[in-house]
Ligand binder design. Sequence first.
Ligand code: ZN
Length: 236
Amino acid sequence: MPPELEQLLVLQDKDQHIRKLKLDLRRMPADKERALNKLAGETEAVRAAKEAVQLNEVAMKNLELQIKTRQDTITKLKVQQYETRKNEEFKALGHETERYGKEVTKLEDDELVLMEKAELLKAEHAAKGRTLAATQAVVDEELALIASRQTHVMAQLAEFEGIRAGLAGKVDEDLLATYDRIFQNRGDSAVAELNGQVCRGCNMKVTPATVQAAKVDKTLVSCPNCGRFVYYAELP
Ligand SMILES: [Zn+2]
């Protein structure tokens, strides 16, 4: 194997690691997003449950107000009834008091229903809150893991890029430019092993002349299909 190809193989090994680390880093925001999305539905459920409790409280207050208004009216009617001297008016006021009294009873029944409902709604709100807290704990753990993975990957990346720069400095400038171009174009490699007559970079059969050249030549040989430098793994 030509010595410059050996250099490129070492360089490629680092580049492939760097590529994997970069892909991993690029995936992390989506991982974070996915973890946070788990909270969205449950946060909304807690908010809706709280709103239901509040609406019920408003409805109860409203009923209390209606009861109070009627009770005040009843008190006034009773005073009027006590003060009147007309029999007809006395009777009419008595009927009205009775009518308001019935309304109060009906409103108090309604209030009782809402009070029972309030207990259920509060319990539901508390249960939803506990579910959210449990999910929050899981998500916090996931986020912490992602953050520590990110720190680790970034440190590794910096280290590999340092090593890569050192290796690249030893490669002929033009050859390095060609290598970089092929690696960029192909995405994953610029140097590929030949497996029989097949290039492992593109999995296509190469010409017998290419096979022959890769076996004996001391110069660099390229795959006619994908352009990657090809070589035969030397037997130990
Ligand atoms: Zn190829």
